[in-house]
Design a protein around this ligand. Structure first.
Ligand code: MD3
Ligand code: FE
Length: 228
């Protein structure tokens, strides 16, 4: 910030959340998406939510429905597989994963891992899951293991802050770490963290900035490589 007396530090710097490495292969980069990028992502999600496959609460095999609403790009995820058509919704083929979003994924992997990752330019996500959380939505602890490739998962969050629970690779129990995911945050999960249990125990309503285009709730977009 301009006008700061030398050596005093800014309020921003005192409260800035720093990059962290909660586990091997897991990188959290707060504020990675600019306000413009967040607005662009919200606007795109709003279009994807309309179709060709509408955003909906995924039905679970035993009769439940997820509290989160989801729409997929590239491949359609339904418990517990990927298909090209949304046979559990309207049978339509999902929209393509746009090049610009795959490019954000490559930039995310490159910036999160730096030199330590083999070839971020070769990271080619082929699906995105767009999740919308209303005030009451949650996601229980689970592993993402329906992909046949072990490439990293890139997670982008916009809107209300949530509590994100990041666990171990063995079971749903402890040890786990709770951290907040704030609008604009990037998280990359690769290597030893790729099959860690994780979930969203709660959203903190009213914490998002309506200037993103999202008046309420939380959006999370994950980029993945299905290996299909
Ligand atoms: C850790 N989504 O869609 S993103 C999911 O905020 C999912 O909507 C959550 O879990 C959300 O499957 C969490 C963070 C995340 C995503 C994928 C991971 C963490 C991960 C894959 C492996 C390990
Ligand atoms: Fe997940």
């Amino acid at each position: 910030m301009a006008g700061q007396p030398a050596g005093q530090g800014s309020f921003d710097a005192l409260t800035a959340r720093e990059r962290s490495y909660p586990a091997p292969g897991a990188v959290h980069v707060p504020g990675w998406l600019s306000p413009d990028d967040q607005r662009r992502l919200v606007a795109a999600c709003r279009e994807w939510a309309r179709g060709p496959v509408p955003m909906r609460h995924t039905r679970l095999p035993r009769g439940g429905v997820m509290s989160v609403q989801t729409v997929c790009l590239g491949w359609h995820w339904s418990p517990y597989r990927y298909t090209r058509t949304a046979d559990d919704v309207n049978g339509a083929r999902v929209a393509a994963l746009p090049q610009w979003l795959a490019e954000w994924g490559r930039r995310a992997v490159a910036e999160a891992y730096g030199e330590s990752y083999g070839d971020a330019a070769a990271y080619e996500p082929d699906t995105a899951l767009v999740n919308f959380y209303g005030a009451e939505a949650k996601m229980g602890l689970h592993q993402d293991k329906d992909e046949r490739a072990d490439a990293p998962v890139v997670s982008l969050s916009v809107g209300d802050t949530c509590v994100f629970r990041f666990g171990n690779t063995e079971n749903r129990g402890k040890p786990y770490t709770d951290l907040e995911l704030v609008s604009g945050d990037l998280f990359v999960f690769g290597g030893a963290s790729r099959y860690a249990y994780h979930g969203v125990p709660k959203v903190l309503p009213g914490t998002g900035d309506p200037a993103t285009g999202l008046a309420q709730g939380r959006l999370n977009v994950t980029l993945r490589t299905t290996g299909m």
